[in-house]
Ligand binder design. Structure first.
Ligand code: FAD
Length: 408
Protein backbone atom coordinates (compact mmCIF):
# COMPACT_ATOMS: atom_id res chain seq x y z
CA UNK A 1 0.00 0.00 0.00
CA UNK A 2 1.22 3.49 -0.86
CA UNK A 3 2.49 5.57 2.04
CA UNK A 4 1.68 9.26 2.53
CA UNK A 5 3.75 12.22 3.58
CA UNK A 6 1.53 15.07 4.75
CA UNK A 7 2.87 18.63 4.62
CA UNK A 8 1.01 21.00 6.94
CA UNK A 9 1.29 24.57 5.63
CA UNK A 10 0.95 25.68 2.02
CA UNK A 11 3.47 28.53 1.96
CA UNK A 12 7.00 28.72 0.59
CA UNK A 13 8.26 26.05 3.02
CA UNK A 14 5.42 23.68 2.13
CA UNK A 15 6.09 24.11 -1.59
CA UNK A 16 9.85 23.65 -1.25
CA UNK A 17 9.29 20.57 0.94
CA UNK A 18 7.08 18.99 -1.75
CA UNK A 19 9.69 19.70 -4.45
CA UNK A 20 12.53 18.39 -2.35
CA UNK A 21 10.70 15.20 -1.34
CA UNK A 22 10.49 14.36 -5.02
CA UNK A 23 14.16 15.34 -5.50
CA UNK A 24 15.05 13.04 -2.58
CA UNK A 25 13.40 10.13 -4.40
CA UNK A 26 10.05 9.96 -2.56
CA UNK A 27 7.66 8.78 -5.28
CA UNK A 28 4.75 7.89 -3.02
CA UNK A 29 1.81 10.09 -2.05
CA UNK A 30 2.37 13.72 -0.92
CA UNK A 31 -0.51 15.85 0.40
CA UNK A 32 -0.30 19.52 1.36
CA UNK A 33 -2.86 20.86 3.84
CA UNK A 34 -2.91 24.66 3.69
CA UNK A 35 -5.07 27.07 5.69
CA UNK A 36 -5.00 29.76 3.00
CA UNK A 37 -7.17 29.41 -0.10
CA UNK A 38 -4.27 30.30 -2.46
CA UNK A 39 -1.52 28.17 -3.88
CA UNK A 40 1.88 29.18 -2.41
CA UNK A 41 2.70 32.81 -3.18
CA UNK A 42 5.54 35.19 -2.51
CA UNK A 43 5.18 37.32 0.64
CA UNK A 44 8.04 39.88 0.36
CA UNK A 45 6.17 42.00 -2.27
CA UNK A 46 3.29 42.41 0.24
CA UNK A 47 5.14 45.28 1.91
CA UNK A 48 6.81 46.53 -1.29
CA UNK A 49 5.55 46.54 -4.92
CA UNK A 50 2.23 44.74 -4.26
CA UNK A 51 1.37 47.06 -1.38
CA UNK A 52 2.07 50.01 -3.67
CA UNK A 53 0.40 48.74 -6.84
CA UNK A 54 -2.28 46.30 -5.64
CA UNK A 55 -2.29 42.64 -4.66
CA UNK A 56 -2.96 39.76 -7.05
CA UNK A 57 -2.19 36.40 -5.37
CA UNK A 58 -2.15 34.68 -8.78
CA UNK A 59 0.56 37.06 -10.00
CA UNK A 60 2.53 36.45 -6.78
CA UNK A 61 2.19 32.65 -7.01
CA UNK A 62 5.38 30.61 -7.20
CA UNK A 63 6.02 28.60 -10.34
CA UNK A 64 5.20 24.96 -9.70
CA UNK A 65 7.70 22.45 -10.97
CA UNK A 66 6.56 19.48 -13.09
CA UNK A 67 7.92 17.08 -10.44
CA UNK A 68 5.19 18.22 -8.06
CA UNK A 69 2.28 17.87 -10.49
CA UNK A 70 0.97 14.78 -8.67
CA UNK A 71 1.13 16.44 -5.24
CA UNK A 72 -2.36 16.80 -3.76
CA UNK A 73 -3.15 20.33 -2.57
CA UNK A 74 -5.98 20.67 -0.07
CA UNK A 75 -6.42 24.41 0.42
CA UNK A 76 -8.59 26.31 2.91
CA UNK A 77 -7.99 23.50 5.40
CA UNK A 78 -6.62 24.15 8.91
CA UNK A 79 -5.06 21.41 11.01
CA UNK A 80 -6.24 21.89 14.59
CA UNK A 81 -4.52 18.99 16.37
CA UNK A 82 -1.94 16.26 15.85
CA UNK A 83 -1.35 12.84 17.36
CA UNK A 84 2.27 12.23 16.42
CA UNK A 85 2.35 8.73 17.94
CA UNK A 86 -0.92 7.68 16.31
CA UNK A 87 0.07 9.37 13.02
CA UNK A 88 -3.18 11.31 12.71
CA UNK A 89 -4.10 14.95 12.15
CA UNK A 90 -7.43 16.55 13.00
CA UNK A 91 -8.82 19.21 10.64
CA UNK A 92 -11.06 22.19 11.40
CA UNK A 93 -14.09 20.34 9.98
CA UNK A 94 -13.55 17.55 12.56
CA UNK A 95 -12.28 15.00 10.02
CA UNK A 96 -8.92 13.24 10.39
CA UNK A 97 -6.03 12.59 8.02
CA UNK A 98 -3.51 9.78 8.53
CA UNK A 99 0.19 10.17 7.70
CA UNK A 100 3.30 8.05 7.53
CA UNK A 101 5.62 11.04 7.42
CA UNK A 102 4.88 14.63 8.43
CA UNK A 103 6.37 17.99 7.39
CA UNK A 104 5.60 20.87 9.74
CA UNK A 105 5.61 24.06 7.61
CA UNK A 106 3.02 26.27 9.30
CA UNK A 107 5.10 29.46 9.45
CA UNK A 108 4.18 32.32 11.75
CA UNK A 109 1.32 34.76 12.28
CA UNK A 110 1.52 38.48 12.98
CA UNK A 111 1.79 39.25 16.69
CA UNK A 112 -1.09 41.54 17.70
CA UNK A 113 -1.12 44.25 20.36
CA UNK A 114 -3.36 43.58 23.33
CA UNK A 115 -5.53 46.70 23.19
CA UNK A 116 -9.11 47.51 23.95
CA UNK A 117 -9.82 48.44 20.32
CA UNK A 118 -11.45 46.30 17.61
CA UNK A 119 -9.11 44.33 15.38
CA UNK A 120 -10.82 45.85 12.30
CA UNK A 121 -9.27 49.20 13.21
CA UNK A 122 -5.76 47.79 13.15
CA UNK A 123 -3.99 46.36 10.12
CA UNK A 124 -1.37 43.63 10.30
CA UNK A 125 0.48 42.28 7.29
CA UNK A 126 1.16 38.61 6.66
CA UNK A 127 -1.24 37.44 3.96
CA UNK A 128 -2.38 38.65 0.54
CA UNK A 129 -5.73 39.62 2.11
CA UNK A 130 -3.95 41.68 4.79
CA UNK A 131 -1.94 43.51 2.13
CA UNK A 132 -4.99 44.09 -0.09
CA UNK A 133 -6.88 45.63 2.84
CA UNK A 134 -3.96 47.90 3.71
CA UNK A 135 -3.40 48.85 0.06
CA UNK A 136 -7.04 50.02 -0.07
CA UNK A 137 -6.51 52.21 3.01
CA UNK A 138 -3.26 53.90 1.91
CA UNK A 139 -4.82 56.86 0.11
CA UNK A 140 -2.87 60.06 -0.48
CA UNK A 141 -3.12 62.25 2.61
CA UNK A 142 -4.21 59.41 4.91
CA UNK A 143 -2.67 59.76 8.38
CA UNK A 144 -0.93 56.42 8.88
CA UNK A 145 0.55 55.29 12.20
CA UNK A 146 2.88 52.30 11.92
CA UNK A 147 3.50 50.61 15.25
CA UNK A 148 6.88 48.88 15.22
CA UNK A 149 10.03 49.80 13.29
CA UNK A 150 11.33 46.36 12.37
CA UNK A 151 11.76 45.38 8.71
CA UNK A 152 8.01 45.01 8.06
CA UNK A 153 7.17 48.34 9.76
CA UNK A 154 9.96 50.19 7.94
CA UNK A 155 8.94 48.78 4.55
CA UNK A 156 5.27 49.65 5.14
CA UNK A 157 6.29 53.19 6.17
CA UNK A 158 8.45 53.59 3.04
CA UNK A 159 5.66 52.37 0.75
CA UNK A 160 2.98 54.47 2.48
CA UNK A 161 5.00 57.68 2.24
CA UNK A 162 5.70 57.03 -1.45
CA UNK A 163 1.91 56.69 -1.92
CA UNK A 164 1.46 60.19 -0.45
CA UNK A 165 0.38 59.24 3.06
CA UNK A 166 1.33 61.18 6.17
CA UNK A 167 3.35 58.57 8.07
CA UNK A 168 4.36 58.33 11.74
CA UNK A 169 6.25 55.33 13.14
CA UNK A 170 6.01 54.50 16.85
CA UNK A 171 8.76 52.29 18.26
CA UNK A 172 9.86 51.43 21.83
CA UNK A 173 13.57 51.25 20.95
CA UNK A 174 15.84 54.29 20.40
CA UNK A 175 16.17 53.86 16.61
CA UNK A 176 14.37 51.79 13.95
CA UNK A 177 15.70 48.26 13.41
CA UNK A 178 17.79 48.54 16.58
CA UNK A 179 17.41 44.90 17.58
CA UNK A 180 18.14 43.70 14.03
CA UNK A 181 21.04 45.92 12.89
CA UNK A 182 21.98 48.07 15.91
CA UNK A 183 22.08 51.81 16.63
CA UNK A 184 24.59 52.88 13.98
CA UNK A 185 22.74 51.45 10.97
CA UNK A 186 19.34 52.01 12.60
CA UNK A 187 20.05 55.74 12.91
CA UNK A 188 21.05 55.90 9.26
CA UNK A 189 17.83 54.10 8.24
CA UNK A 190 15.90 56.63 10.34
CA UNK A 191 17.68 59.50 8.57
CA UNK A 192 16.72 58.08 5.16
CA UNK A 193 13.07 57.72 6.20
CA UNK A 194 12.97 61.23 7.64
CA UNK A 195 14.43 62.59 4.41
CA UNK A 196 11.33 61.17 2.70
CA UNK A 197 8.97 62.70 5.27
CA UNK A 198 8.39 59.83 7.73
CA UNK A 199 8.17 60.95 11.41
CA UNK A 200 9.44 58.76 14.26
CA UNK A 201 8.17 58.73 17.84
CA UNK A 202 10.77 56.57 19.55
CA UNK A 203 11.14 55.13 23.05
CA UNK A 204 7.37 54.82 23.34
CA UNK A 205 4.66 52.24 22.87
CA UNK A 206 0.99 52.44 22.02
CA UNK A 207 -1.41 52.51 24.98
CA UNK A 208 -4.71 52.88 23.09
CA UNK A 209 -6.28 53.25 19.68
CA UNK A 210 -9.25 55.62 19.71
CA UNK A 211 -12.04 55.72 17.18
CA UNK A 212 -15.66 55.43 16.34
CA UNK A 213 -17.57 52.26 15.55
CA UNK A 214 -18.87 53.71 12.28
CA UNK A 215 -15.80 55.50 10.94
CA UNK A 216 -12.93 53.47 12.39
CA UNK A 217 -9.77 54.75 14.10
CA UNK A 218 -9.21 58.46 14.71
CA UNK A 219 -6.11 58.53 16.90
CA UNK A 220 -3.43 56.67 18.79
CA UNK A 221 -2.49 57.38 22.41
CA UNK A 222 1.12 56.60 23.34
CA UNK A 223 2.55 55.30 26.60
CA UNK A 224 3.66 58.85 27.58
CA UNK A 225 0.13 60.23 27.06
CA UNK A 226 0.98 61.87 23.71
CA UNK A 227 -1.92 61.57 21.19
CA UNK A 228 -1.57 61.49 17.40
CA UNK A 229 -4.30 61.64 14.78
CA UNK A 230 -4.65 58.47 12.72
CA UNK A 231 -6.87 57.25 9.90
CA UNK A 232 -4.92 54.03 9.44
CA UNK A 233 -3.11 52.02 12.14
CA UNK A 234 -0.67 49.27 11.15
CA UNK A 235 0.70 46.86 13.75
CA UNK A 236 4.12 45.50 12.78
CA UNK A 237 5.19 44.15 16.15
CA UNK A 238 6.68 40.77 15.34
CA UNK A 239 5.37 37.27 14.87
CA UNK A 240 4.13 34.22 16.71
CA UNK A 241 4.95 30.72 15.46
CA UNK A 242 1.92 28.67 14.36
CA UNK A 243 2.39 25.71 16.70
CA UNK A 244 -0.93 25.51 18.57
CA UNK A 245 -1.92 22.38 16.64
CA UNK A 246 1.20 20.56 17.95
CA UNK A 247 0.52 21.14 21.65
CA UNK A 248 0.51 18.12 23.99
CA UNK A 249 2.93 16.10 21.85
CA UNK A 250 6.03 16.46 24.06
CA UNK A 251 7.73 19.00 21.75
CA UNK A 252 9.56 22.16 22.83
CA UNK A 253 7.28 24.87 21.39
CA UNK A 254 8.74 27.78 23.39
CA UNK A 255 9.71 29.64 20.18
CA UNK A 256 8.66 27.63 17.16
CA UNK A 257 9.42 23.90 17.10
CA UNK A 258 12.83 22.97 18.48
CA UNK A 259 14.61 20.55 16.11
CA UNK A 260 17.89 18.68 15.86
CA UNK A 261 20.49 19.31 13.13
CA UNK A 262 18.53 17.08 10.72
CA UNK A 263 15.37 19.14 11.31
CA UNK A 264 13.56 16.39 13.23
CA UNK A 265 11.59 17.79 16.19
CA UNK A 266 13.02 16.91 19.59
CA UNK A 267 11.19 15.16 22.41
CA UNK A 268 12.55 13.98 25.77
CA UNK A 269 12.86 10.53 24.17
CA UNK A 270 14.90 11.93 21.26
CA UNK A 271 14.15 13.18 17.73
CA UNK A 272 11.02 12.04 15.87
CA UNK A 273 12.41 10.49 12.68
CA UNK A 274 9.08 10.51 10.83
CA UNK A 275 8.60 14.27 11.25
CA UNK A 276 10.59 17.28 9.98
CA UNK A 277 10.14 21.02 10.43
CA UNK A 278 10.81 23.59 7.68
CA UNK A 279 10.65 27.38 7.37
CA UNK A 280 9.79 30.19 9.78
CA UNK A 281 8.24 27.79 12.32
CA UNK A 282 11.51 25.85 12.94
CA UNK A 283 14.04 26.58 15.68
CA UNK A 284 17.12 24.68 14.63
CA UNK A 285 20.85 24.49 15.40
CA UNK A 286 22.75 26.82 13.06
CA UNK A 287 26.10 25.09 12.43
CA UNK A 288 27.97 28.32 11.61
CA UNK A 289 27.25 29.47 15.19
CA UNK A 290 28.40 26.23 16.80
CA UNK A 291 24.95 24.68 16.71
CA UNK A 292 23.16 27.28 18.86
CA UNK A 293 19.45 27.06 17.96
CA UNK A 294 17.71 29.99 16.26
CA UNK A 295 14.43 30.63 14.50
CA UNK A 296 15.26 32.49 11.28
CA UNK A 297 12.39 34.20 9.44
CA UNK A 298 14.21 34.78 6.14
CA UNK A 299 12.89 33.98 2.68
CA UNK A 300 15.96 31.96 1.68
CA UNK A 301 15.72 29.57 4.63
CA UNK A 302 12.82 27.33 3.50
CA UNK A 303 14.72 26.50 0.32
CA UNK A 304 17.91 25.60 2.22
CA UNK A 305 16.02 23.73 4.92
CA UNK A 306 13.64 21.79 2.66
CA UNK A 307 16.47 20.06 0.80
CA UNK A 308 17.97 18.71 4.01
CA UNK A 309 14.61 18.05 5.73
CA UNK A 310 13.35 16.01 2.76
CA UNK A 311 16.46 13.82 2.81
CA UNK A 312 16.13 13.41 6.61
CA UNK A 313 12.47 12.45 6.36
CA UNK A 314 12.95 9.99 3.51
CA UNK A 315 15.85 8.43 5.44
CA UNK A 316 13.71 8.32 8.59
CA UNK A 317 10.91 6.52 6.74
CA UNK A 318 13.08 4.10 4.78
CA UNK A 319 15.71 3.40 7.44
CA UNK A 320 18.46 4.43 5.00
CA UNK A 321 21.24 6.84 6.07
CA UNK A 322 20.76 10.54 5.27
CA UNK A 323 22.28 11.26 1.88
CA UNK A 324 23.96 14.49 0.82
CA UNK A 325 25.98 17.25 2.45
CA UNK A 326 25.39 18.31 6.08
CA UNK A 327 22.99 21.18 6.67
CA UNK A 328 25.02 24.40 6.94
CA UNK A 329 22.99 27.41 5.75
CA UNK A 330 24.07 31.06 5.90
CA UNK A 331 21.07 33.11 7.11
CA UNK A 332 20.46 35.65 4.35
CA UNK A 333 17.92 38.47 4.29
CA UNK A 334 17.13 41.49 2.15
CA UNK A 335 14.94 44.55 2.53
CA UNK A 336 14.09 47.24 -0.04
CA UNK A 337 13.45 50.78 1.13
CA UNK A 338 13.46 53.84 -1.16
CA UNK A 339 15.09 51.95 -3.98
CA UNK A 340 18.09 50.87 -1.86
CA UNK A 341 18.58 47.18 -1.18
CA UNK A 342 19.77 46.27 2.30
CA UNK A 343 21.18 42.76 2.56
CA UNK A 344 22.18 40.88 5.66
CA UNK A 345 24.27 37.72 6.04
CA UNK A 346 24.73 35.68 9.18
CA UNK A 347 23.11 37.01 12.33
CA UNK A 348 24.09 40.69 12.88
CA UNK A 349 21.98 40.70 16.06
CA UNK A 350 24.68 38.52 17.70
CA UNK A 351 27.28 41.28 17.22
CA UNK A 352 25.48 44.52 18.10
CA UNK A 353 28.12 45.42 20.72
CA UNK A 354 30.89 45.80 18.12
CA UNK A 355 29.71 47.32 14.85
CA UNK A 356 32.21 48.61 12.28
CA UNK A 357 31.86 50.18 8.84
CA UNK A 358 34.07 47.87 6.76
CA UNK A 359 33.81 49.69 3.46
CA UNK A 360 32.05 52.67 1.88
CA UNK A 361 30.16 55.61 3.34
CA UNK A 362 27.20 54.86 5.63
CA UNK A 363 25.23 57.84 4.35
CA UNK A 364 25.39 56.45 0.80
CA UNK A 365 26.45 52.81 0.28
CA UNK A 366 28.35 50.77 2.86
CA UNK A 367 29.30 47.36 4.19
CA UNK A 368 28.92 47.05 7.96
CA UNK A 369 30.40 44.22 10.07
CA UNK A 370 29.02 42.87 13.36
CA UNK A 371 31.44 41.19 15.75
CA UNK A 372 31.15 38.89 18.74
CA UNK A 373 34.36 38.77 20.80
CA UNK A 374 36.20 40.15 17.77
CA UNK A 375 34.81 37.56 15.35
CA UNK A 376 32.73 38.65 12.37
CA UNK A 377 29.25 37.12 12.95
CA UNK A 378 27.09 39.22 10.63
CA UNK A 379 27.35 41.59 7.67
CA UNK A 380 24.89 44.23 6.46
CA UNK A 381 25.24 45.76 3.02
CA UNK A 382 23.49 49.04 2.23
CA UNK A 383 23.58 48.91 -1.55
CA UNK A 384 27.01 47.59 -2.65
CA UNK A 385 25.47 44.38 -4.00
CA UNK A 386 28.65 43.59 -5.96
CA UNK A 387 30.51 43.04 -2.66
CA UNK A 388 28.04 40.42 -1.49
CA UNK A 389 30.03 37.30 -2.36
CA UNK A 390 33.30 38.59 -0.92
CA UNK A 391 31.81 39.44 2.47
CA UNK A 392 29.68 36.31 2.58
CA UNK A 393 32.84 34.25 2.12
CA UNK A 394 34.67 36.29 4.79
CA UNK A 395 31.80 35.68 7.19
CA UNK A 396 31.74 31.94 6.60
CA UNK A 397 35.52 31.75 7.11
CA UNK A 398 35.37 33.91 10.25
CA UNK A 399 32.64 31.90 11.97
CA UNK A 400 34.24 28.50 11.33
CA UNK A 401 34.91 27.06 14.77
CA UNK A 402 32.89 29.62 16.74
CA UNK A 403 30.92 28.00 19.56
CA UNK A 404 28.07 30.11 20.94
CA UNK A 405 26.67 27.12 22.83
CA UNK A 406 29.89 26.31 24.63
CA UNK A 407 30.78 29.93 25.31
CA UNK A 408 32.78 31.71 22.62
P1 FAD B 1 4.53 31.07 5.51
O1 FAD B 1 4.86 31.71 4.22
O2 FAD B 1 3.91 31.92 6.58
O3 FAD B 1 3.55 29.82 5.22
C1 FAD B 1 2.95 29.08 6.24
C2 FAD B 1 1.59 28.63 5.75
O4 FAD B 1 1.06 27.69 6.70
C3 FAD B 1 0.57 29.76 5.65
O5 FAD B 1 -0.08 29.70 4.42
C4 FAD B 1 -0.40 29.46 6.79
O6 FAD B 1 -1.70 29.89 6.53
C5 FAD B 1 -0.33 27.95 6.86
N1 FAD B 1 -0.76 27.42 8.16
C6 FAD B 1 -0.49 27.90 9.38
N2 FAD B 1 -1.05 27.14 10.33
C7 FAD B 1 -1.70 26.14 9.68
C8 FAD B 1 -2.46 25.02 10.12
N3 FAD B 1 -2.65 24.76 11.41
N4 FAD B 1 -3.00 24.19 9.18
C9 FAD B 1 -2.77 24.41 7.85
N5 FAD B 1 -2.04 25.47 7.38
C10 FAD B 1 -1.52 26.30 8.29
N6 FAD B 1 12.07 37.67 3.95
C11 FAD B 1 13.18 38.17 3.35
O7 FAD B 1 14.23 37.52 3.40
N7 FAD B 1 13.14 39.39 2.71
C12 FAD B 1 12.03 40.15 2.66
O8 FAD B 1 12.04 41.24 2.09
C13 FAD B 1 10.86 39.65 3.28
N8 FAD B 1 9.71 40.36 3.26
C14 FAD B 1 8.59 39.88 3.87
C15 FAD B 1 7.42 40.64 3.83
C16 FAD B 1 6.27 40.16 4.46
C17 FAD B 1 5.02 40.98 4.43
C18 FAD B 1 6.28 38.91 5.13
C19 FAD B 1 5.04 38.41 5.81
C20 FAD B 1 7.44 38.16 5.17
C21 FAD B 1 8.61 38.63 4.53
N9 FAD B 1 9.79 37.88 4.52
C22 FAD B 1 10.92 38.38 3.93
C23 FAD B 1 9.85 36.57 5.19
C24 FAD B 1 9.52 35.41 4.23
O9 FAD B 1 8.46 35.72 3.39
C25 FAD B 1 9.23 34.18 5.09
O10 FAD B 1 10.44 33.83 5.71
C26 FAD B 1 8.64 33.01 4.30
O11 FAD B 1 7.41 33.36 3.74
C27 FAD B 1 8.48 31.80 5.24
O12 FAD B 1 7.79 30.78 4.58
P2 FAD B 1 7.01 29.66 5.42
O13 FAD B 1 6.42 28.75 4.41
O14 FAD B 1 7.85 29.13 6.51
O15 FAD B 1 5.81 30.43 6.16
Amino acid sequence: MSRTIVIVGGGLAGLRAAEQLRAAGWDEHVVVLGAESHLPYNRPPLTKAALRDGVDPAALAFRRRPTTEDVEWRLGVTVTAADLTGHTLTLDDGSTVAFDGLVVATGVSSRRLVLDAPHEWRHAIRTAEDAAALHGALRPGARVVVVGAGFIGCEVAATAVVLGCDVTVVEPFAVPLERQVGQLVGAEIQRRHEEHGVRFLLGRTVAAVEGDERTGPSGVVLSDGHRIEADVVVEAVGSVANTGWLEGQGLDLSSGVLCDEDLHPLTDAGPLRDVVVVGDVARFPVPMYGGAPFRVEHWTMPTDMAAHAARSLVAGLTGAPIEGPPFNPVPTFWSDQYGVRMQSFGLPALGLGDVRVLEGDLTREAVVGYHHEGILVGVVLLGMGKQMLTYRQQLVAATAGIDLVGGR
